[in-house]
Ligand binder design. Structure first.
Ligand code: NAP
Length: 518
């Protein structure tokens, strides 16, 4: 039996205490175990601060970017092996495994590229400077510097590779060492990646530590220069954010939580056109990719009332084509969910939705003799205002059609019922409709994806988080922001307002020279 170890204080540590089993979601066989005890977390935090911080921060942005590039290359070399591990412990199809692993190495490369273009100085300039004195002699300028702390990253089970490495990329560009904790049910892939990172010896001492299992009292040892970036359910996020030590020390916290993402079909979109076809394809992709276990997957499909029957029939026909089964088979389009607990949760969620919605396809029936399988499930809400539809994130292959009038402002009002989301996609060729929807929905939504006939052919799927664009959302989605190019790096840096003699600020802090300087 493989026992996952933690990598702390520069060595591998075998945990103590009761084991937590990890399973193959297709066969239900146990594939590994995790034991959490025996780590002295105060020493782990000290190790990162004392060794990782100076080792990373003596390097320039570009040199830290070069570390990411090397890491991306080293992991990409092991892509086939990592795909196999993902299929084995995540129940992912090969395509879904690639989505996670290539997303991870691609994000490392994107941040390597970004870092290579940052200035050869240990700080970043923030915005334009401005005159504060009677003349421009007394000047103001904001700058970002790296915080001499450690970043604790608590990751969700659904993206063991991408989730860990996207956070790490941002922290490393900022010069901040990391302590990574994967979601336990699928930790085998994260652990194998940790092994490769350590084996390759690409990172300086203290820059990377990896905790398999529980974080114990880790958060109690964080201080004012440290950060916690969490991805997972809103319940766990709220609990961690309220950790007394984090509150007391004002530890920077970023929460990426769950979201009732919505796809909105506007009334002008004609059946059979490019926008309508993209709408169907994207909804089906979100329902089935990673077996619906994507934080950005669409949970609510807003459809003009008079078109509900047509859209439900079209989506049902598309879903009937999805082959569900053994994730290692090349013909399989959707595998099982990641764990027994996840399967039970999803089935309970579908049962709750069925109290207010009609099942069009799928449901809670057992699909195979073994394995954590759930059928792709599409429902239509009988009452578009029913609270469950807007509050219960069923984290699996399940989505609900919500009838609405076709009015853009009503669509935004319904989307708001999710209390803050990661992404909403809207499909329309009517620019005025889009403008009204976007302006009303934007405060409640981290990202709005807009599909029309002119762009859908080139558009990336709305469920995809991109390194150059912000990922996160208000309210229930956690209130956090990650990625977004340099914005994701700045979470690990401190913005300081400098006020002083303009000549000094220009000479020492790279403030651009305005034309009218005196
Ligand atoms: P979860 O149960 O909230 O767990 C998330 C992480 O928190 C796991 O690593 C878990 O460790 C850890 N954790 C749980 N209790 C903890 C505690 N008391 N102290 C420290 N760590 C603790 O979520 P999940 O089931 O892994 O992930 C699914 C959820 O994540 C969904 O709701 C999904 O929407 C959300 N998600 C959001 C995003 C985003 O970017 N916004 C991305 C992906 C997923 P163990 O596994 O060891 O319990």
């Amino acid at each position: 039996m493989t026992t996952l170890q933690s990598y702390v204080l520069g060595r591998w540590h075998t945990g103590t205490g009761a084991p937590t089993p990890l399973h193959d979601p297709h066969t239900e066989a146990q594939v590994a175990e995790v034991r959490s005890g025996g780590i002295e977390f105060a020493a782990v935090v000290r190790h990162a601060r004392e060794h990782g911080v100076p080792a990373l921060q003596k390097r320039s942005f570009a040199e830290r970017g070069a570390l990411l590039k090397a890491l991306s290359g080293a992991l990409h070399e092991k892509r086939e092996e990592l795909i196999t591990v993902s299929v084995q412990n995540g129940g992912t199809t090969r395509g879904d495994a690639k989505f996670d692993i290539d997303g991870a190495t691609g994000t490392l490369m994107a941040y390597a590229e970004l870092a290579s273009k940052l200035p050869p100085k240990p700080y970043l300039v923030d915005g334009e400077g401005l005159q504060l004195g009677r003349t421009a002699r007394f000047w103001g300028q904001h700058v970002w510097t790296s915080r001499p702390g450690v970043a604790v990253h608590v990751n969700a089970f659904n993206f063991p590779a991408w989730g860990m490495l996207e956070k790490m990329a941002c922290a490393f560009v900022a010069g901040v060492p990391v302590i990574e904790k994967p979601g336990t049910p699928t930790a085998l892939l994260a652990w194998r990646i940790a092994q490769l990172i350590v084996e390759k010896e690409l990172l300086p001492q203290g820059a990377y530590q990896f905790v398999a299992g529980s974080t114990g009292d880790l958060l109690d040892h964080l201080g004012p220069m440290d950060a916690l970036a969490f991805t997972g359910s809103s319940g766990t996020g709220a609990k961690l954010k309220a950790t007394p030590n984090l509150v007391k020390q004002n530890v920077r916290v970023n929460i990426e939580a769950d979201s009732l993402n919505a796809a909105v079909l506007a009334p002008d979109v004609e059946a059979g056109g490019p926008t309508y076809n993209a709408f169907l394809a994207n909804v089906v992709l979100d329902l089935t990719q990673k077996t619906g276990q994507k934080c950005t997957a669409v949970r609510r499909i807003l459809v003009p009332r008079e078109r509900v029957a047509e859209v439900a029939a079209d989506l049902k026909a598309e879903l009937a084509r999805i082959q569900v089964g053994d994730p290692s088979a090349s013909t399989t389009r959707m595998g099982p969910v990641a764990s027994r607990a996840q399967g039970d949760d999803v089935r309970k969620g579908i049962e709750r939705l069925q109290t207010v919605a009609q099942t069009i396809t799928g449901g809670t029936q057992k699909l195979f003799e073994r394995g954590f399988y759930v059928a792709p499930t599409l429902l239509v809400a009988k009452d578009g205002d029913a609270a469950i539809v807007h509050s219960d994130e069923v984290f699996g292959p399940c989505s609900t059609i919500v009838p609405y009038s076709g009015d853009a402002l009503e669509a935004a009002r319904i989307v708001q019922k999710g209390a803050g989301g990661l992404v909403s996609s809207c499909y329309s060729n009517d620019d005025a409709w889009v403008e009204a929807y976007v302006l009303a929905a934007a405060p409640w939504t981290g990202r709005i994806w807009i599909g029309n006939d002119k762009s859908v052919e080139q558009a990336l799927a709305p469920g995809m988080a991109l390194p150059w664009m912000l990922h996160g959302g208000p309210g229930r989605a956690g209130g956090g922001e990650e990625l977004g190019g340099v914005r994701g790096v700045q979470f690990y840096m401190q913005r300081t307002a400098l006020q002083g003699f303009k000549g000094l600020l220009e000479a020492r802090f790279g403030v651009p020279q305005p034309a009218a300087a005196t």
